[in-house]
Every structure is written in structure tokens, then in C-alpha cells.
Design a binder for this molecule. Structure first.
Ligand SMILES: *Cc1c(COP(=O)(O)O)cnc(C)c1O
Length: 223
């Protein structure tokens, strides 16, 4: 089996104490997650609702599951009863649906707003202006079953480390802007989720508080 425990501990040792690890377990079997769990890892990220539902059934109850992929509105009801955090909220419509479904389960679901900063046209997420608009609109203030905990983004998938660093810096200064304007008194708004296997060292040096690492811990995904 892939040396999950060893790889996990290498990653943990390379992270500052202030940065939390979300171990991205999508497409990997439950026993890989168990191996990481046995080393103390409790936060895992998945991106497909059915795969996640299956793993939730099989694995320990105290795992905190993050939904990290693009989430269709009609899938929210399936994960709302147990999901800890939905990382990639990219529309007011999705936020409303999370509020509705979380209310039905009598829960508060933590969410991050996903920014689109990378150059690739294919990536999801809110442009900075769309995110400003969503926050200015204010409807989120009435939502008592979602808690906006910060921002999430993916950098461009390029080799140019300076470009990647610039994109993280853009996200970090945008975080400061909205923190000051909307969340100055809200300690829960504190997360900056950026950094994946290829760029987490850069992310950590550029404001990340939460890295989402899959391949480095669990090996290549077999789709
Ligand atoms: C798959 C995925 C990751 C993990 O990517 P790795 O390169 O395997 O570390 C992180 N974030 C999101 C949104 C993903 O979909």
C-alpha cells in the first residue's frame, strides 16, 4: 500500500502550526483515510457527493468532512445533514440552498466563498467584484444556518512560481479588504484556504491558513 502515514507526517512536519491540513481523499479508498486517521488526521476533503456519502457510512463519526469541489444546488440536500464545511461557494443561489437545507437539519454549516483569480477560464469561483457584490447585497446576514468562515481559491496550474505567489497575494489582500469591511468583529471569519500538492509551500508563505493536499499524501488518483 502507498505509504500514507509517512507522507502525511512529512506534510504535517513541513507546515507551520498556524496552518491546518485538509487531507484530500477523493478517489482514494477508505483504508487510505483510515491510515491517516490513525495518525491523528481528522479533517478530510471530498468532491463527489456519492463517494462522500459512502465513506461517511464506513468511517469514524468524528471525521470533519469538507466538500471541496463544485457543488450543484440539487446536491446540497444530501450532504447538509453531516458536512462540516463547504469550501467552494460560488453563488448566492448556492448559499441560499445551503441555508435552507442546513435549517432542515437544524445545523450550522461552515462555508468559504470561492474566488476566481487564476487565469484559466475553466475554473469556478466568484470574481472579486462578484464577491464584493454578494457581500454588499447583505442577504447572507439573515442566514442563521450558514457561517461564512473565509475564502478559498486555486492558483493557476502553471510552473511560474511568481505568478502563483501573485495570485495568492491577490487573494490575501482581498481577504483583508472583506475582513475589515464585513467581518471585523467576527472571529469565525479567519480562513484562507489555498495551497495544493504542487503549490502549498508557496501558499503557506502567502497567507494560507488551510491547505488542501491530496496527491502528496495519498499518491496519484486513479480515476
Ligand atoms: C483535488 C483537489 C485538491 C488536491 O489536489 P492535489 O494536487 O492532489 O493536492 C485541492 N483542492 C481542490 C479544490 C481539489 O479539487
Amino acid at each position: 500500500m502507498y505509504p500514507v502515514k509517512e507522507k502525511l507526517n512529512e506534510v504535517l512536519q513541513s507546515l507551520p502550526k498556524s496552518v491546518r491540513l485538509v487531507a484530500i481523499s477523493k478517489f482514494h479508498p477508505a483504508d487510505f483515510i483510515t491510515a491517516a486517521y490513525e495518525e491523528g488526521q481528522r479533517v478530510f476533503g471530498e468532491s463527489h457527493e456519492q463517494e462522500l456519502a459512502q465513506k461517511v457510512k464506513e468511517l469514524p463519526q468524528d471525521i470533519e468532512w469538507h466538500f471541496i469541489g463544485h457543488l450543484q444546488t440539487n446536491k446540497v440536500k444530501y450532504i447538509a445533514p453531516y458536512i462540516s464545511m463547504i469550501e467552494a461557494v460560488d453563488s448566492l443561489k448556492l448559499l441560499r440552498e445551503i441555508e435552507k437545507q442546513a435549517a432542515k437539519s437544524d445545523r450550522v454549516v461552515k462555508v468559504l466563498l470561492e474566488l476566481h483569480i487564476a487565469e484559466e477560464a475553466t475554473k469556478y469561483g466568484l470574481t472579486l467584484d462578484a464577491c464584493r457584490q454578494l457581500l454588499a447585497d447583505g442577504e447572507w446576514r439573515q442566514m442563521s444556518h450558514v457561517q461564512i468562515c473565509g475564502l478559498m481559491m486555486m492558483a493557476s496550474n502553471v510552473d511560474d512560481e511568481e505568478q502563483i505567489a501573485r495570485e495568492f497575494d491577490t487573494a490575501a489582500s482581498f481577504f483583508n479588504e472583506v475582513k475589515a469591511q464585513y467581518f471585523a468583529d467576527d472571529d469565525a471569519f479567519c480562513e484562507r484556504s489555498w495551497g495544493m500538492s504542487d503549490d502549498y509551500h508557496i501558499a503557506v508563505a502567502h497567507g494560507s491558513t488551510m491547505v488542501r493536499i491530496g496527491t502528496t499524501i495519498f499518491g496519484p488518483r486513479i480515476y
